[in-house]
Design a protein around this ligand. Structure first.
Ligand code: CTP
Length: 395
């Protein structure tokens, strides 16, 4: 793991990240920008990692002969994952432009962006500036993964807002996950996420507040493990992960068509979408006008996409594994087990949603056709990884 430290006050948290990574068994090397060395010393990282620290393009990487031999390129070759923490506004701008005027930027230029994990840290106005936002977007499109920034108090105490670097623990666990198994290499998977909208007229619809985050985490985790991911997503505020094929849909009917046309070759289908079960029986081309008194809205069922797959593949050879989600407010496991059987699924993820779908954390119970049961909790990404561990075991 290559830890690239930028010049910001949050550099002190990079020391803790280095310590946690070493403790977890990763081999860690560090590269510090000249600005970073004004906040923390190379000696700190040397002592924490036991490895020489790269501090300049011209110093050959300290006393380590392997770095000395071929400089930053050998460091780039060596790295499995590059963590950039703190990723300052200046560093992000340089990385976007492809500058290579210090050991950090030169090394990163020789590492594929999809292997970078960046933890931005800066004043909230610098974060919000159009320049920084453009740089972040461009880097994300190249496959760079961003952690944070978190909201909160800045080093300048009067400032509050997004810009704080996420905690060392979060950086370390994301980095360790990125170094994790590529046990889905080349496997095609289909993931659905987010809500559907069922239109009543051109300006009104029935929907639900699914954020899409859980399905996006499932797609992202599969991507990181080497899968070829097709993500079918309803309307969401959150952007889908980079590096996966994204098909946008609106209604349950669209979802059904998109799933059917993307099934070819899929070994796993994970239906995390919160599909509306009903749609208005009629769509009015013109905006529906209000009437006096009580009104009745007639609804008809939408296609149950997952149940359709369950029926279609029942007993079929080489069928894809079918994984459903069950959003429940009561008798969570009982209802989920019923859906597992009724829809002919391999796994179902039961989700207690009386507090809503929002947030980055989730707590679920995974039930298997074979009677297996596992409780998973943590960030949506951690839950997604644990779910893939189970799916992998069934493949
Ligand atoms: N699902 C689907 N098509 C639908 C409704 C649901 O494919 N029209 C999928 C969801 O993506 C999810 C699973 O079925 O993976 C269970 O969804 P849920 O709405 O919780 O279950 P329902 O069968 O709709 O049962 P109910 O609404 O009665 O709880």
């Amino acid at each position: 793991m290559l830890l690239c430290v930028g010049g910001g006050i949050a550099a002190f948290k990079a020391c803790e990240a280095a310590r946690l990574l070493v403790k977890a068994g990763a081999e860690v090397r560090c590269a510090l920008t000249p600005a970073a060395q004004r906040f923390v010393t190379p000696l700190t990282f040397h002592a924490l990692t036991g490895n020489a620290v790269a501090t300049g393009l011209w110093d050959g990487g300290g006393s380590d002969p392997t770095i000395l031999a071929a400089g930053h390129v050998s460091l780039a070759d060596w790295a499995g994952v590059a963590v950039i923490a703190p990723a300052t506004a200046d560093l992000l701008a340089k990385l976007r432009a492809g500058l290579a005027d210090d050991v950090v930027t030169a090394t990163l230029l020789a590492i594929e962006p999809r292997l970078w994990i960046a933890a931005p840290a800066m004043n909230e106005r610098m974060w919000r500036s159009p320049a920084t936002q453009e740089n972040v977007r461009a880097l994300a499109e190249r496959g760079v993964r961003f952690l944070g920034p978190a909201e909160g108090e800045m080093a300048e105490r009067s400032h509050v807002g997004p810009g704080r670097m996420v905690e060392a623990q979060e950086i370390a666990s994301a980095a360790l996950r990125a170094l994790g198994p590529r046990d889905l290499e080349g496997i095609a998977v289909l993931v659905t996420a987010g809500p559907t909208r069922e239109a009543l007229d051109p300006v009104r619809y029935l929907s639900n507040p699914s954020s899409g985050r859980m399905g996006f985490a499932v797609a992202e985790a599969a991507r990181d493990r080497g899968a070829e991911v097709t993500l079918i997503a309803g309307p969401t505020e959150v952007a889908p992960p980079a590096g996966v094929r994204v098909l946008r849909i609106v209604s349950a009917q669209d979802l059904e068509s998109a799933v059917n046309s993307s099934l070819d070759g899929a070994r796993v289908v994970v239906m995390a979408a919160a599909v509306a079960d009903q749609r208005p029986s009629e769509f009015s081309e013109q905006k529906v006008k209000k009437k006096e008194g009580e009104e009745t809205l007639r609804l008809v069922r939408t296609p149950d996409v997952l149940a359709g797959l369950g029926t279609r593949f029942a007993g079929a050879q080489g069928r894809p594994l079918l994984v459903g989600f069950a959003a429940e407010t009561e008798r969570v496991e009982e209802n989920a087990r019923d859906k597992l059987a009724r829809k002919n699924l391999d796994l179902i993820v039961a989700n207690e949603v009386s507090q809503g779908f929002a947030g980055d954390e989730n707590r679920v119970v995974v039930l298997g056709r074979d009677g297996g049961r596992a409780e998973l909790a943590g960030t949506k990404r951690a839950v997604a990884d644990a779910l893939w561990d189970r799916i992998r075991a069934l493949l």
